[in-house]
Ligand binder design. Sequence first.
Ligand code: JFZ
Length: 453
Amino acid sequence: VEQDDKSTVSPLPETAQQHDARMQWWREARFGMFVHWGLYSGLAGTWDGKPVATRGGMEWIQQRVKSDTDTYAKEAIPKFKPTADFARQWATLAKQAGCRYLVFTTKHHDGFGLFDSKAGDYNAGSVLNRDLVKEIVEACHAEGLKVGFYHSVIDWHHDQYTYNKSKQLPHPLRGQAYANGPRDHAKYQDYLHQQVTELVSNYGPVDVLWWDYSSLDFQGDQAWRSSELMELVRSKQPGIIMNNRLFRTPEAGWSGMGTAGFIPQLDSKYGDFITPEQHIPATGMPGIDWETCMTLNTTWGFSDHDHAWKSDETLIRNLIDIASKGGNYLLNIGPKGDGSVPEESIKSMRTIGKWMNTNGEAIYGTTASPFKNLPFEGRCTCKPGNLYFHVFDWPADGKLLVPMTNTIRKAYLLSAPDKALTVTSTENGQIISLPAKSSDQIATVVVTEIAGE
Ligand code: JFZ
């Protein structure tokens, strides 16, 4: 059949097998790096010489200070000065951290694109004569990382962007001249679709599209022509994985983007995965792919004033907790205006990477724990034939009780794979005799090889 007229041809629904094949690398990856970087980054959380409260993140600074786009751009553009090799630094850091993919902001809510767009002039191509998206994609590919585009459908800059139904949500901030004039949202939708077409056409394979975001009363086909947008993306990038933030149903409520229960499970029409934000679900969600995105401090975009950095222990245990529930961890860095990564973030990412160098086998390609509870402080992940026990609190008596009856062929620490540990069977399970001291205070992984599985 000739398929030259796309508008009259609906794609066949995907089979579960095709969907699984497309999701495979993502499910195995478990750990990705998120990057929020744009005009707001150089402002660094300061406006008019004063710090802006970090409620919700400094990528929202334009909205927080209620600036129109012209003033914002005038302030921010001179402070947005990417170095020549910023992208390589991100990609190297992601690789060192053990991330398998990197998702970055091609455009955030302020509307400034990091790419070179023919659809308008509020982008790095027009303003800096650089295509930063191209630079980042190339740097990621050089490190063997999969690459994802975070793309905001909200756009405070576009003069036809129309959404002001709810006070909680961004009112378009384009200069006074536009504020009250008649708007034609369809024109904004055309612009959105044109820019997304550029993004999925001009940079080779794109692995993830991370849409952001819809509101209860402004979502889906009405707000973004979402079905058409997703089909457009899939027609250019058949293997791509997308989140579900182009849609938002009433049942979902405010937290719906991050919880199960409203996305039809095997229907990729609404997206392939859900995105709990700044929290880890209490349990896994069998049949639903999910990814917790989280900041290292409290803001996504860089701020000079936010020093509330999470500890390495929290970050590494979060990654383990998420893997033990079958999810992915997308951990954010907010580079400065020159693209450099804050020292604290570099340190944390490298510390995670060091842990992953020893223990990555117990994270990558694993599936959720088969246990509801464990009799010790820690988590479990699995692979066919192996169970990995991530021990957080080292037992004082050196005995680790694992609540299973399977024959354990061999037990050892991932940090010392050649030293077999003694296993004793008891009524409640089996006891693994551990060395007196843990090899890692944050989490030491005990591997058990299970017979016949
Ligand atoms: C969105 C962005 O607004 C934010 O700046 C950041 O990029 C984050 C990753 O995603 O944040 C949201 C979006 C929607 C809700 C909460 C945070 N929501 O509906 O609850």
